[in-house]
Design a binder for this molecule. Structure first.
Ligand SMILES: *[C@@H]1O[C@H](CO)[C@@H](O)[C@H](O)[C@H]1NC(C)=O
Length: 358
């Protein structure tokens, strides 16, 4: 009788041990188990999408006031960041350029940051924008009125621009102009992803209901979207699409009604294309995260509502060698940062440096 070398006596125990090991590795490496959960559940949340559409709805030359068609070159970056900005937000753009947006390499990868805008109300403002574009070479401007209600058009424009003029970038991120982005941490994270599975990464909103009040800026009539809740989608303050995911979203746009806000629209397009969002707790919401070197320098990918002084200070924290966190801080990860934000909110200190609501 031949002895069996490895009798599969307790397959369930082995499976549990394996899963436990994976969870531990994920917790230690990323400071959060949520990404592991998304990775494990991903195949069940969204199926394979339709094949890449042969003719993507790319914007024609007439779609742009400032097309800036060469801005991605001469070699496409690994990560292209498109910042949704408004014509009047000159100071916000300056703060981004002076911090993370000025970097051409981050986390060992080539990166490029550009600003996406619509048209201002006056010729004088347009002339100012053209001077700014000439000086910095980082503006992409669409031919539509730059209004809050047109933010969805801005997202369509920036996705179209990326597909038309930067198709070789491996990832495209869309962020708002009051967001601090930890480019090195994000680029490292993206580069370490195994395999080419399409990615739609951000802070996932669950089971959000459409607003049915006609006076609300995000009003979605039942005739346009009858269901009681939107599919899962990534918060619009900061999200990342892999090249293929961005193409799929763009390919879905002719089939999906233009609803506001833009992040819901992208979520609807992603759903149409069979793309499930991946949640990351490291993409932070609008809580007041105090300027903690470990949170800003290493743990969080993005923080919303960061003023110009904090933007520069936070960017300096990403340059700490070997890292900004102690071992204990790293193990506590996002949890510790959320605790700090909670304390800040409880004491009512708030950030003195945030942008005034406009
Ligand atoms: C959106 O932009 C278009 C094109 O410029 C303009 O006609 C329309 O009024 C804008 N919509 C809103 C709600 O601002």
């Amino acid at each position: 009788m031949v002895p069996r070398l490895c009798p599969p006596r307790r397959p369930l125990a082995w499976l549990l041990a394996g899963l436990g090991g994976l969870a531990l590795v994920s917790l230690l490496a990323g400071g959060t188990g949520e990404e592991l959960l998304a990775w494990a559940l991903g195949p069940f949340l969204g199926g394979e999408g339709p094949p890449l559409p042969p003719d993507l709805p790319l914007p024609g030359p007439g779609a742009f006031l400032l097309p800036n068609a060469g801005a991605c070159g001469p070699r496409a970056p690994f990560l292209l960041v498109l910042v949704a900005s408004a014509p009047g937000h000159v100071a916000q753009r300056q703060a981004v350029r002076a911090s993370w947006g000025g970097a051409r390499r981050a986390g060992g990868q080539a990166v490029r940051t550009l600003f996406a805008l619509g048209a201002p109300g006056s010729g004088e403002e347009q002339a100012q924008l053209e001077r700014e574009a000439q000086r910095h070479g980082d503006l992409v401007q669409g031919r539509f009125a730059d209004t809050y209600a047109n933010l969805t058009l801005k997202t369509l424009l920036l996705l179209g621009w990326a597909a038309a003029h930067c198709p070789d970038a491996a990832f495209v991120a869309k962020v708002d102009d009051d967001v601090f982005l930890n480019l090195p941490a994000l680029a490292r994270h993206l580069a370490a992803r195994p395999g080419p599975r399409p990615l739609y990464l951000g802070r996932v909103h669950w089971w959000v209901s459409p607003t049915r009040q006609p006076s609300h800026p995000h009003h979605v009539p039942a005739s346009v979207y009858p269901a009681g809740a939107f599919p899962l989608y990534c918060s619009g303050t900061a999200y990342v699409l892999s090249r293929e995911a961005a193409w799929r979203v763009l390919g879905a746009t002719p089939h999906v009604p233009l609803v506001a806000p833009e992040d819901v629209y992208v979520g609807l397009c992603a759903r149409w294309a069979g793309l499930a969002p991946t949640h990351s707790a490291r993409v932070a919401g609008a809580a007041h995260y105090p300027l903690d070197p470990c949170c800003y320098g290493e743990v969080l990918f993005s923080v919303h509502q960061v003023g110009p002084r904090a933007m520069r200070a936070a960017w300096a924290m990403t340059e700490a060698e070997p890292g900004a966190c102690s071992l204990l801080q790293r193990a506590l990860g996002v949890l510790r940062c959320k605790g700090l934000a909670l304390l800040e909110d409880l004491w009512g200190a708030g950030s003195q440096d945030a942008w005034a609501p406009s």
